[in-house]
Design a protein around this ligand. Structure first.
Ligand code: GLV
Length: 387
């Protein structure tokens, strides 16, 4: 077992183990990837305020997200094709999250179906849906999520159309992969991944294949989005989807205070300040830079979370200090999953929790509820340098 001390260690193993097509799918932004890069590099600009001689005994990372107790306020984000990063990947990630005590969100674009995941966990998980132009599909998939006991719905509101990711086009990304010569040459070096993949039947979009009509290529993310996503989305349609679910709702993909206010008035239980990991509007500002003004604009019963660029517990601390009540991680757990399966997701969560807990202690804080603006040093102009 390799010694893993940080998320970067998992990423190195992940890169060696998983086919290029799926590594690239996760490790990409849209167009020039500026927003993708800045999600991380903006975190690095924020510094932590070291404090001494503060009693650091009895510290902990426990918290709550939309009323659910969590071991730390870090949920696994919905990530498409997780079951292509490792065979049965969604089941592995859901099990690791359940054992660790943090929420897992299943993407509509998963390989394992809602029912598959439900059969392998004992507690409710969250389900993610896109905004589609197909009410019948929406109704059926929400019924399935309800029947599987999902306890919250994450609605992705920043993907009416797909941002262009050059690598996916060049790689001919699909699930399962099509066996072109470059794919076969790459697979020849990724036999560990291949052997596990041959042992599972879960190699297609499990929530879609057999459940939806009229897509020209059910293995292609871009065909599905172009043909089924709703370019005419508006707030009435979002509210209709929220009503159709009737339970707790998290609106993910909000990057502007005006949209955040609308989400709060629509009755969202939480919003996720997010630019979809830099995969949609390239040129948008990073999530961490937009977080404070959005947190200030939203009050009352709507929790503000963020995602994008989190690769350490220090990043989680910075986000909580700048106004988030919780965060979501995508790539950080995918690296673990691709590197070492379920154990890798557990390791990613352990690494982040340890970093968060130690950094809190060295910042003079014992509970996440005590974190605030006083814990971080932010360069002049960082939060109001753009207008
Ligand atoms: C899907 O949501 C993606 O970003 O690929």
């Amino acid at each position: 077992m390799p010694v893993i001390t940080c998320i970067e260690d998992l990423k190195r193993i992940y890169r060696r183990r998983v086919p290029k097509m799926f590594y690239d799918y996760a490790e990409t932004g849209s167009w020039t990837e500026q927003t993708f890069r800045e999600n991380s590099s903006d975190f690095a600009q924020i510094r932590l305020r070291q404090r001494i001689a503060v009693d650091m005994t009895g510290r902990g990372t426990r918290s709550a997200m939309i009323g659910q107790d969590v071991a730390m306020p870090v949920a696994l984000a919905p990530v498409g094709l997780t079951g292509m990063q490792s065979a049965d990947g969604e089941i592995k990630a859901a099990r690791a999250a359940e054992k660790f005590g943090v929420p897992f969100t299943l993407s509509t674009m998963s390989i394992c179906s809602i029912e598959d995941v439900a059969a392998h966990v004992t507690k409710p998980f969250w389900f993610q849906i896109y905004t589609l132009n197909d009410d019948d599909f929406n109704r059926r998939i929400l019924d399935r999520a309800r029947a599987a006991g999902c306890s919250a719905l994450v609605i992705t509101v920043d993907l009416q159309i797909l941002g262009q990711r050059h690598k996916d086009i060049k790689n001919g990304m699909s699930a399962p992969p099509k066996f072109t010569l470059p794919v076969l040459m790459d697979l020849a070096t990724k036999w560990g991944w291949g052997i596990e993949m041959l042992q599972t039947k879960r190699r297609f979009f499990g929530n879609i294949v057999g459940h939806v009509e009229g897509i020209s290529d059910p293995s292609s993310l871009s065909a599905w989005t172009a043909e089924k996503f709703d370019p005419a989305l508006n707030w009435d349609k979002i509210k209709k989807l929220m009503d159709m679910w009737g339970g707790k709702v998290i609106l993910k993909g909000i990057l502007d205070p005006e949209d955040a206010e609308k989400a709060a008035s629509a009755g969202a239980d939480a919003i996720v300040v997010s630019n979809h990991g830099g995969r949609q509007l390239d040129g948008a500002l990073s999530s961490i830079r937009m977080l404070p003004q959005i947190a200030a604009a939203v009050g009352g019963g709507t929790e503000v979370w963020m995602d994008g660029g989190i690769r350490s517990g220090q990043d989680v601390l910075k986000a909580l200090a700048l106004g988030a009540k919780g965060v979501m991680i995508g790539r950080a757990f995918v690296y673990g999953l691709g590197a070492m399966g379920e154990a890798g997701v557990t390791r990613a969560l352990e690494v982040i929790q340890k970093e968060l807990e130690t950094s809190m202690a060295l910042s003079g804080e014992t509970q996440v509820s005590g974190l605030g603006r006083h814990n971080v040093l932010v360069p002049n102009g960082f939060l109001d340098g753009y207008s």
